[in-house]
Design a protein around this ligand. Structure first.
Ligand code: GLN
Length: 293
């Protein structure tokens, strides 16, 4: 059987199993088995590989290995957890069962920081860092910046540390264990505090895709107080640890923009608060500056 035929069958099987993006999933899994020489299994290169290699004849061993990955996917396991990696802002990040899988909408936080904030800032903290994807990309894109990657899960921090090393950033990034509610930043003077905290209300549990609910860490998804508890913790942390003129940037749910702006306002130290929309047109990220005087 050649790759093209295999992909057609695999896609059909994944459609029947009912997951998202069946064709792309099959292509990424194929790339994982067949690309032995450092081609990253990020979506674009997987797609390209499958187009150019469509006539490649598969060995029995390859079919067997492909089948075993396909079975995991058909059982609902996210592709990123099967291959152990996920693309974020053009880089490949290690993921595990203990980290949220980086999402494309989180790239909005990075866009805002890179486009709107001055280059001369230097010190940032990424609260609830998970894979470390936000903090690592900031360090990649801004070679003079230094950052703290903070998470309450030691298992997640190991992944964040591995990602920082893979990207050659370990001299500028420090991995720290800490809770968003009681973060270890007292006495810091940060230029930027950024976070994609857990923000789903437990009452919204039914709107969470089964695959996400079953496979991704619940601590990284859900927050008490209608989904606002961790966002409130980030805002308190920002009020206490940002230097005057520093910035806080928070991802949140589509219906939480007003509440986040209000919590920022209640602190009495933030100005220029704005909410940005994601590609689907939903309010997704709110940011503000700490008043200078
Ligand atoms: N900061 C990580 C991300 O954006 C993890 C977020 C989380 O665990 N809530 O993917």
């Amino acid at each position: 059987m050649h790759l093209g035929e295999y992909l057609a069958c695999a896609t059909k099987r994944l459609i029947e199993a009912g997951g998202d993006n069946p064709r792309l999933s099959a292509e990424i899994l194929a790339c994982e088995v067949l690309c032995l020489h450092g081609v990253q299994s990020v979506s674009d290169s997987a797609r390209l590989f499958c187009i150019t290699e469509t006539r490649r004849e598969l060995s029995e061993d390859e079919v067997e290995r492909l089948d075993s990955l396909l079975a995991k996917r058909a059982a609902g396991c996210p592709v990123a957890q099967i291959v152990g990696r996920k693309e974020f802002y053009g880089r490949d990040f290690l993921v595990s069962r203990h980290t949220l899988i980086p999402r494309p909408e989180t790239e909005l936080l990075i866009d805002i920081i890179l486009q709107k904030l001055p280059d001369c800032l230097q010190i940032f903290a990424d609260l609830g860092t998970g894979t470390g994807c936000i903090g690592c990309i900031l360090a990649v894109e801004r070679p003079s910046w230094r950052g703290l990657l903070i998470d309450s899960s030691m298992a997640a921090l190991k992944v964040a540390q591995a990602n920082s090393i893979r990207l050659g950033l370990e001299q500028r990034l420090t991995v720290l264990c800490g809770d968003i509610q009681r973060q270890p930043l007292m006495g810091c003077s940060l230029d930027i505090l950024v976070s994609n905290p857990p923000y789903i209300a437990w009452s919204e549990r039914d709107s969470v895709m089964e695959e996400v609910f079953r496979w991704e860490p619940r601590d990284a998804l859900f927050s008490e107080e209608n989904g606002l508890q961790h966002l409130a913790g980030c805002i308190r942390a920002a009020a206490q640890t940002l230097r005057p003129g520093g910035w806080v940037l928070l991802e949140h749910g589509a219906t939480q923009g007003q509440a986040v702006r209000q919590m920022l306002c209640d602190q009495g130290v933030f100005v220029r608060s704005e909410t940005a929309h994601d590609l689907a047109g939903h309010e997704r990220c709110t940011y503000a500056q700490k008043r200078v005087k």
